[in-house]
Design a protein around this ligand. Sequence first.
Ligand SMILES: [Zn+2]
Length: 136
Amino acid sequence: MNSMYSPQLLDHFQNPRNAGDLPDSDAVAELDNPVCGDVIRLGLKLRDGHIADVGFKAKGCVPSMACGSALTELVRGKTVEEASKIHSDDIIVIVGSLPQASSHAAQLAIDVLHAALAKLESTERLYPPRQNSHLR
Ligand SMILES: [Zn+2]
């Protein structure tokens, strides 16, 4: 498998960043991918409008686990709005390159990110009532 993947991708696979479930996530999402049975679970912790902590668990093919790890590096410290703009190309930059046959891995990571962000946005703490919204 070594020749198929970039050194960066293999590094993320072998040394996943932010691996494991967060004990006190504000939002958790889990998605699977029928292409090869990959599963990524992503937990986000929000503090002061920024994603203060992130954790992931993944099983499946090598690229899926590497893309899950790369995703956590991308979202940490970002605002929800910034995180919502992360693109699968951003993940591919971090893992160096992704074989065309493995593009589903970056897409799965983006999909689980959006699912987790949607859960965050449904929490009231993100959008506290605006005191002046009824005033002109
Ligand atoms: Zn896969």
